[in-house]
Design a protein. Structure first.
Length: 274
């Protein structure tokens, strides 16, 4: 990350986020009140330079990930994450709003990572820049730097599952392992016992909003057996789609949802018969 222009000072007030998915009007209202919210843009650098939300700093989304020898992608260790968040000026208790240009998929990965490392005050801006502009707001150009801040990790194990955790819960009838990749990926091979529910099922047609109407989604999830009393673990190939479904379910009030964050590709897979 090499932002080049003005520094962004940390404001003094810090509002509580209304949920894990927020709308542009709420964010604009808080900005007018000079609230202490760190906004993070996870689009590519060229898009950021061409125009971004006022006050937004840029994060290279690939910096959040490590690739294992079996090509599984996992979250970076705590010490690396600590440095990344410190460079963004994120400190304890500071609300973080993330956005991107792919239905909140990359932003959800950052929000999940923050929750994983003990920072629950984080949300995705549904619709990203599209929703911001539709609300009559403007963009600015020029990179911003945040003053570095101490970021303290307090790892929250309830946000993450690994292969050891899955093995320990394999007899749990309430456990639901959810493969949120594309249908062709699931058909090519998936973890034993995993059910398929593609992450993009939640997104609307013709909009970059993160989710379709809540009542529709609740009914469809219920019909698919993805219900709030289940212990749900989502997974995909890079963690972003799994984080999207994780955050979607959390936004709908599902109390126990985790993201599988481990080397899993080398494990035995089931194959669907033609």
């Amino acid at each position: 990350m090499n932002p080049t222009s003005a520094y962004q000072r940390q404001p003094s007030s810090a509002p509580a986020l209304p949920g894990p998915i927020i709308e542009a009007d709420w964010l604009a209202t808080q900005q007018r009140a000079s609230a202490a919210i760190r906004i993070v843009d996870l689009r590519d650098r060229q898009s950021y330079d061409e125009g971004h939300l006022p006050g937004a700093v840029w994060l290279d989304r690939t910096a959040l990930s490590s690739t294992r020898p079996d090509h599984s992608v996992t979250l970076v260790p705590a010490e690396i994450f600590t440095r990344l968040m410190g460079w963004l000026g994120i400190t304890t208790g500071m609300p973080v709003v993330a956005y991107d240009d792919v239905w909140g998929m990359h932003a959800a990965r950052l929000v999940w990572a923050l929750r994983r490392y003990g920072h629950p005050q984080a949300a995705v801006l549904s619709g990203g820049i599209e929703s911001w502009l539709q609300a009559g707001r403007t963009l600015i150009c020029g990179a911003l730097l945040a003053y570095p801040q101490p970021f303290v990790v307090a790892a929250d194990g309830s946000q993450r599952a690994d292969m050891v955790w899955l093995a320990a819960h394999q007899g749990d009838r309430q456990l639901l392992l959810l493969d949120v990749r594309g249908a062709h990926e699931y058909a090519a091979g998936h973890l034993p016992g995993a059910r398929h529910w593609e992450w993009s099922t939640a997104t609307p047609v013709g909009s970059w909003a993160m989710r379709r109407p809540v009542d529709e989604l609740r009914a469809e999830l219920q019909a698919a057996g993805i219900t709030p009393e289940r212990r749900i673990v989502t997974y995909c190939s890079s963690g972003s789609r799994a984080a999207h479904t994780y955050l979607l379910l959390r936004s709908l009030g599902y109390p126990e949802v985790r993201v599988l964050d481990d080397a899993w590709r080398a494990r035995l897979w089931e194959r669907r018969t033609p």
